[in-house]
Design a protein around this ligand. Sequence first.
Ligand SMILES: Cc1cc2nc3c(=O)[nH]c(=O)nc-3n(C[C@H](O)[C@H](O)[C@H](O)COP(=O)(O)OP(=O)(O)OC[C@H]3O[C@@H](n4cnc5c(N)ncnc54)[C@H](O)[C@@H]3O)c2cc1C
Length: 413
Amino acid sequence: MPRTTHIVGAGLSGLSAAIELTLRGEAVVVHEATTFAGGRCRSYHDAVLGMTIDNGNHLLLSGNHGAMRYADLLGARDRLVGPPKAEFPFMDLGSKEQWTLRINDGRIPWWIFNSSKRVPGTHAFDYLPMARLLWAAKDRAVGEVVRFTGPLYERLMRPLLLAALNIEPSAGSAALAGAVIRETIATGGEACRPLVAREGLGGALVEPALELLRMRGSPVKLGHQLHRLRASDTRVEALDFGSGDIVTLADDDRVILAVPPYAATALMPGLQTPTEFRAIVNAHFRIEPAPYQPAILGLVNSTTEWVFAFPGRVATTISAGDRLIDTPRDALARTIWSEVSAATGLPAELPPWQIVRERRATFAATPEQDALRPGPNTRFTNLLLAGDWTNTGLPATIEGAIRSGRRAADLVA
Ligand SMILES: Cc1cc2nc3c(=O)[nH]c(=O)nc-3n(C[C@H](O)[C@H](O)[C@H](O)COP(=O)(O)OP(=O)(O)OC[C@H]3O[C@@H](n4cnc5c(N)ncnc54)[C@H](O)[C@@H]3O)c2cc1C
């Protein structure tokens, strides 16, 4: 019998591990608790809107090389679309000022010396303190390393870091912020092109993976929740799926646990993981975007942070949205739509809407929570961890999840 790797969790970290191992000829079985794959990055049919939507708008950047490689392996790179250059249109809803940030290709940031490409109201030297984040110690918060005030903070650093870290930036880990800047802005425009799954996350990142696994004979068992690990002191002996459904592991078999941190600690008491989370609030409106509406529009001085234009749908994102978890849904929809209407010129009348609030969208990216992230190895010789919350050196993102899956696959292979 060839050795089998059991992957628990069919989010992007689990799928990434499964694809890597399957393409290397390894025997793989994926076990997913819910009836769908994709985890926190999924598409589904919304009955209220009568259309397929994503649980949340997911933005990738062209410099997310792990995610690009994964999309290439799936033959799905063309389903991630964006402008040919790193351009980010913004609007200040307070002053109605509009500008487009244009980051040039190459490592020399010429754009900060050009007033038509940088943030209005800023000077080139305002950008220098950003570099301090590149070498920040792991125990420092952004607010301890740089004191950003004024237009550069409000119009660039805050929107960028809030979106990347999903936490109020001053409290966020300076090292994680530095990692984001190093892999994006500091690399140049070719790493900063914004990419979205225009036809949906499922069709771009999930269904092609399921199809490839199916074609290669790697089963994906949906509705198959792992209830318990049966283990000796040093290795996992069996996977217990409840009701007598037990998979006994052969000596060579491996397990990759690619579940969220709270599920991992339930299965492995004593495992150290992040314990605090932040929410993301998304709103979806069934309406054709305005003519000339950009694919992604950043808003400042507003509750809404990003407005996305999809075919037949306008969607918005609010990061670190915990303060909005208890706001009545219709009040929230009205507030967000009034801002979208003001920014895009779409009619003020509220179109059919849906609000999706993911309470535990990501772990809280503080230095303290970052320090709790474990590596892939565990006390069991045959069990590895994957997930955006493991110590990838990145915030909880698609890129981190996909890299963690590949790292676990490398350790198996
Ligand atoms: C609303 C929202 C917006 C986001 N926006 C962005 C963005 O713009 N850009 C970006 O890069 N990232 C974004 N993210 C983060 C990104 O979605 C995650 O980092 C990524 O999807 C995490 O993948 P994962 O595999 O680590 O975890 P998950 O997706 O959580 O996958 C874990 C899987 O394990 C399964 N599971 C749990 N317990 C068991 C069990 N006992 N047995 C079997 N299966 C189990 C779960 O059902 C789930 O399918 C966003 C997240 C949210 C929620």
